[in-house]
Design a protein around this ligand. Structure first.
Ligand code: COA
Length: 326
């Protein structure tokens, strides 16, 4: 049984925060942010907007494109590091918002690689015949867990969601492979120290020591990201007997323009085969790939029967790739 992407969708907050506006918040400059990251602006969730808000909207659009009714969905797999609540899962809230009454819904945690991990889990359900239609969503409100006084991190992140409807299919237009990897020996290079069982949000120390914010060793993460994204991409190409020149479009996790360019260069994928939108949205963690995929799809950038490589890296470390024959 093959697995095809039947529809894509994305949703972003309306509120834009530009680099010029950030200059008023912290000691930074548009020039520094642009040259070091490629980011020009990001979207920020407004009061009353949550991870579920964007997830449901992206999911609705993906269902609409696929021509699939919410009650036909067997599973909702939602990746996020910024759920509405620690429990229940944001996927259950989205199930309720969409009216996907026949779905089993759960969240999946693999940081910025969560969407690829979600695709991989969904692929197994579909190939085994355990499900016919699955909604995979990546949704984040990272701006709720960044320290707006820390210029090292607050310039990098943004909010939003992307989604795909995957369905079992006999056709050739399919998800060819997914590969997932973890290296837990670096878990403390990129993480949120507080709000879990080690440093509960109920402990005043968690607030006093600013443990609720994203903590990152930027330089180290950068080096590992390039190597890991190359490894995951090579695995995808080799397992499908493909060369970098066979890839019509590379959609990498949108963390940093320099990480993306270095990865593409090491792989030998030409710059005109890269899809990026991080200048508009910053790093939206697990939402970045499905947002980019939806934009590329709706803009007609993806041609039928072309090969698409998705590759992600993030906290954990967790990383992975997916190869699609569109
Ligand atoms: N504005 C101005 N200066 C800044 C700044 C900002 N927003 N953020 C950091 N700086 C300063 C630092 O304080 C440092 O100053 P110092 O030399 O006086 O100490 C200087 O810029 C250089 O910092 P450094 O961390 O070496 O910069 P860098 O070139 O490594 O770029 C990142 C920093 C964060 C952009 C880069 O390391 C990166 O992108 N890492 C990966 C992060 C990421 O993508 N994480 C998510 C992965 S999923």
């Amino acid at each position: 049984m093959n697995v095809r992407i039947a529809g894509t969708g994305s949703a972003l907050p309306g509120k834009i925060l530009t680099n010029a506006e950030l200059e008023k918040l912290v000691d930074t400059s548009d020039e520094w942010i642009t040259t070091r990251t490629g980011i020009k602006e990001r979207r920020i969730a407004a009061e009353g907007e949550y991870t579920s808000t964007f997830a449901a909207e992206a999911g609705r659009k993906a269902l609409e494109m696929a021509g699939v009714k919410p009650e036909e969905i067997d599973f909702i797999i939602l990746s996020t590091v910024t759920p509405d609540f620690p429990f229940p899962s944001t996927a259950c809230i989205v199930q309720d918002m969409l009216g996907a009454v026949n779905a089993t819904a759960f969240d999946l945690s693999a940081a910025c690689s969560g969407f690829i991990f979600g695709l991989s889990v969904a692929e197994k359900y579909l190939r085994s015949g355990s499900a016919q239609k699955i909604l995979v969503i990546g949704s984040e409100t990272l701006t709720r867990i960044v320290d707006w006084n820390d210029r090292n991190t607050c310039v990098l992140f943004g909010d939003g969601a992307g989604a795909v409807v995957l369905e079992a299919s006999d056709g050739d237009h399919s998800l060819l492979s997914t590969h997932t990897f973890s290296n837990g020996s670096y878990w403390n290079l990129l993480y949120q120290p507080g709000s879990g069982s080690r440093n509960p949000a109920t402990n005043s120390r968690t607030i006093d020591e600013k443990l609720l914010y994203v903590t990152m060793e930027g330089n180290e993460v950068f080096k590992h990201a390039v190597r890991a994204m190359e490894e995951a991409s090579v695995k995808a190409l080799e397992s499908n007997g493909l060369l970098p020149s066979d890839i019509a479009l590379l959609i990498p996790h949108q963390a940093n323009r320099r990480i993306i360019d270095a990865t593409a260069k090491r792989l030998g994928v030409a710059p005109d085969r890269l899809f990026t939108n991080l200048h508009c949205y910053g790093n939206t963690s697990s939402a970045s790939i499905p947002i980019a995929l939806d934009e590329a799809n709706r803009q007609g950038v993806i041609k039928p029967d072309s090969k698409l490589l998705l590759v992600a890296f993030g906290g954990g470390f967790a990383y992975g790739s997916a190869l699609i024959n569109w």
